[in-house]
Design a protein around this ligand. Sequence first.
Ligand code: SF4
Length: 118
Amino acid sequence: MKELICIVCPKGCRLQVDDENGHTVTGQGCPRGEAYARAELTHPTRVLTTTVRIEGALHRRCPVRTNGPIPREEIAGLMRRLDSVVLQAPVSAGQTVLRQVCGTNCDVVTTRDMEEEG
Ligand code: SF4
């Protein structure tokens, strides 16, 4: 039996997955919990949120995220790629930083406006 916390919504249901019984899922408050548990056991994914360097702005780091889930095993490699990214102010929220990362259709996008340093 494996236990997982569903992260699909803020309710955070505690899921039990019986791996000896065809991955029977219990404890979910809605059907999305079962889908989450099955995906987590077979192909775990995450939305990555982090920051990248920015020049010409008041702050030195700009928050970014993937605009969808990417395979969890790809996250370390994507972080290394993002280490070499340097944005130039101004940027606006939702601006694409990297396109179609990790073999997915997800982009890395900025999550806030950052003006030029006055
Ligand atoms: S199982 Fe449904 S209700 Fe429970 S945390 Fe997941 S999405 Fe929310």
